[in-house]
Design a protein around this ligand. Structure first.
Ligand SMILES: Cc1cc2nc3c(=O)[nH]c(=O)nc-3n(C[C@H](O)[C@H](O)[C@H](O)COP(=O)(O)O)c2cc1C
Length: 382
């Protein structure tokens, strides 16, 4: 817990928490890229197993790491050793792209002064590390950085080689709009990046549609049904037989979620939802926490978004069932305790992936496997 004390402001004793963050919120993305993850030791016991079918794979566990926590092949290899089955390589671009300066992460709690709404602000709070792991929420403002394509294409190959039986590499790609560029330019950029990811050995490609829309610069791509369709259809055409998933953000409007799904369903093999939700993030003094223009709002993940994510996953699963579609859904959002995984599976998600918890509770895979074993044990006794 040595690195925790650096940002928590004081030493915490082990009985207060079980957080073992693999990222140091005070350090830059570059530092993590070169030195991370901060992972000492391994949990005791057998590697967790609970086989499930996902597309053409037999996964070891219905649990994965969402796009973000795994910055490169070293991170992928480390989390593969922890037993996660879906390993998502952090979103990469068709050109090198700088990360935002540190800090890029923080544990947060909702600002008590406002109600919970889209106006809710979140306060970065050192004492949040004293919360029970189940109550974890985090803010991230990393800036969707990318190594150069030469670098990540070689690294994706290494990442793939580090996986074992029942483990799948998802590579997340994101398009980069040119200033004044067209929708076609953005779609082509996604497609090129996806093709490179496929050539480098990605088992599945995930297009991250939570990136700015080219036309109005206000909403994100996933909120625009036609643009989302353009991106997934161009990508589909570029990647041959490699399975394609689309990563969607949060929809306050379920009708819009259904419209987008209707547009993209013919082109995708899977869906991943949801991304972090953008909200204002402040320091204890009320000022924006992340330094620099355009960083007043940052991606909130963890407990704070769980109810919203569950709602969107439920809506997506319902829509797919109505359409008679067997497309699997990877549920992401607010999984901070083992029971949350089962809640998503019970809703009809095919697998579940972790953002915030992967960083702050990397041994969650073991916690989940133990929880499962206890549940099964309790059922046998009945
Ligand atoms: C540090 C960090 C970086 C992230 N980077 C990406 C990314 O590059 N691409 C992406 O699609 N999502 C990214 N995400 C979002 C996560 O994949 C996930 O959708 C979100 O955090 C919600 O899940 P959670 O509640 O488990 O945190 C990132 C999340 C975190 C915490």
């Amino acid at each position: 817990v040595e690195h925790l004390s650096k940002w928590g402001g004081e030493k915490l004793n082990d009985s207060e928490h079980m957080l073992k963050p693999t990222w140091d919120p005070a350090r830059s993305f570059q530092w993590h890229y070169h030195h991370g993850p901060l992972l000492d030791g391994m949990p005791h016991g057998e590697l967790p197993q609970q086989p499930v079918t996902f597309l053409s794979w037999q996964l070891r566990l219905p649990l994965g790491v969402a796009a973000g926590p795994l910055a490169n092949a070293r991170f992928v290899a480390a989390y593969a050793r922890l037993g996660y089955s879906l390993l998502t390589y952090k979103s990469v671009r068709s050109r090198a792209w700088e990360a935002h300066p540190a800090p890029i992460l923080g544990l947060v709690r909702p600002d008590g002064r406002a109600g919970r709404s889209s106006a809710t602000r979140y306060v970065v709070d050192g004492t949040a590390s004293r919360l029970s792991p189940a109550e974890l929420s985090s803010a991230n403002s990393v800036g969707l950085p990318s190594p150069s394509p030469e670098e990540w294409r070689a690294d994706v190959r290494r990442a793939r080689e580090s996986l074992g039986q029942g483990q799948v590499l998802i590579v997340s790609v994101v398009g980069t709009p040119e200033p004044g560029g067209s929708a076609e330019q953005l779609a082509d950029d996604f497609a090129r990046c996806a093709r490179w990811a496929g050539e480098a050995g990605a088992d599945i490609i995930e297009v991250n549609l939570s990136c700015p829309n080219v036309h109005d610069g206000r909403g994100d791509v996933y909120l625009d049904p036609s643009l989302s369709e353009l991106v997934v259809s161009a990508t589909r055409a570029a990647i041959g037989h490699v399975p394609l998933s689309a990563k969607l953000g949060y929809y306050a409007d379920v009708a819009l979620l259904r419209t987008v799904l209707a547009h993209i369903r013919p082109y995708v093999d899977a869906l991943t939802l949801i991304n972090a939700i953008k909200r204002p993030v402040i320091a204890a003094d009320g000022h924006p926490y992340f330094p620099g223009a355009g960083r007043e709002r940052a991606g909130i993940g963890g407990a704070a978004i769980r109810a919203l994510a569950l709602g969107n996953v439920r809506s997506a699963v319902t829509f797919l069932r109505e359409q008679g579609s067997g497309i699997p859904v990877i549920a992401v959002g607010g999984v901070t305790a083992p029971g949350h995984v089962d809640e998503y599976l019970a809703l009809g998600a095919a697998a579940v992936a972790l953002g915030t918890s992967a960083i702050w509770q990397p041994f969650f895979s073991y916690d989940y496997a133990r929880f499962q074993a206890e549940q099964i044990g309790a059922m046998r006794k009945k």
